[in-house]
Design a protein. Sequence first.
Length: 553
Amino acid sequence: MQDEDDAARWDVTTDVVVAGTGAAGLAAALAAREAGASVVLLEKAHVVGGTTAISGGVIWVPNNRQMAEAGLRDSRDEAIAYIERMAEGRGDRALIERFVDESVRVVKFLEDHAAIRFHSLIDYPDYQPELPGGRNGGRPLDQDLFDTAELGAWSARLRRNPVNGGAPMTIREAMAWNVFANPSGFPYREVRDRAKRGLVHGGTALAGRLLKACLDRGIEPELSTRARELVTNDDGMVIGLRVEQAGVGRRIRARKGVILASGGFEWNGDLCRAFLQGIPTHPATPPANEGDGLLMAMAVGAELGAMSEAWWCPSVVVPDEMYDGLPMYRPEFSVRCLPHSIIVNRRGARFTNEAHNYNDMTKPFFHHDPWHCEPLNVPAWLIVDQSYLDRYVFLTAVPGRPVPDWIARADTPEDLAAKLGIEPEGLRATLDRFNRFAETGEDTDFGRGDSAFSRFYGDRAAPANPNLGKVERAPFYGVRIHPGTLGTKGGPKVTIDAQVRRVNGAIIDGLYAAGNAMGAFCGPGYPGPGITIAVALTWGVLAGRHAATRDCS
């Protein structure tokens, strides 16, 4: 508690305080400033961009103007029906409707105020396009490359993608060059020169443009500043924030509101054990995502939602790769989708559709073995053969170059199984069955290649099925694959204006949440590429606008 009128107790006073500089935080700061508020923008890490900056940067916006201009049909009702179906009865109808209605307006806001040009990806399917209301393309929006020279000295403080940041290309270009199945088919010299000139792509470009818009309006993020505690008055209204910078505490007065946009809690082991069965073990996000916003909201009585859910994605570990001082876990999007690859558990059995969307294909990792009282499909391994290595990139193994020593290798499936700790007989039986599927082009066990989304990441040149090819040609290679995440979904429940609710349903006056710091409204579903960022942008704008215009009299 604190006397809100005692100015001597505050180090800084402003209208709106925003914690976090991913898409949600940057959009919130921009929207608040455009609505006339003064803004203090905080970032726990030493760089700007959060999880957004290492993402593909696509945003999933149903019924958008760009897809209509491309001649693709969509409707509000079908989009809502699709999201509700993906939510499996655990979605919030009011928030789903708000997202569908408002996300298209947020696109226009960003075009007008952040100089972002969006392009419809007409051939990029939803993640479950065959479900009612799903689409085979058009809803995902791509953007252009961004020249970081526009940021001046702030260019060095923009987070970069550690895996593909050195190869700036738009998603449209990646699709045209078919980089998933033909990774050496893009114009290498041109792309390399782009990187040398400071051009960036994907989520880095999105974060860069949002940062530029904020800087142009006099909003400079305060880096290495961790939000620690919400300050409330005697009525329970949030009136400020206690932060820590270089070990020194500060109090920031927020006349109109505090916006939590500090990401999820996937790097907080205690919270993961409490709410996610200890999963994920290998999050593919920046380590700053430790649930700071969640903990602060809990401390002031926020109602929580979606705490058992995450944006799931398998991940792999390349030895000695580090990011922000901790081991880096790479999200695995495409290797498992290509022919001549397979995923098995310790018994050598397949347990998932390897080419399915990363959110849903990861869930079978969690299946429990009641007899042995342990996870049935952890550990698991991604296995390929020489036919794969001759055609495609296998993590750090490139066709025509020696295979790195860290990737396990053997001349027979049985020998590889012995090296990896897999039952040899089980792996042999699984490969024999899988190879018959590859011959016919039909996976009758898991439907690999049946969905338009699976085929999107496949090899169109494959003879029978873009996702199927025999795993039979020696040598054989394998690596561990882990249940990871692109962020957690759990957090405080919010209104259609991003206001945080109390456990009794009332509103916590002066407190807002957006992005992965708020409870997701789509339950276990992941409707399409970039919905995470689209939701972050939408609720960031809603939060900033509402806080800036809030009547505090």
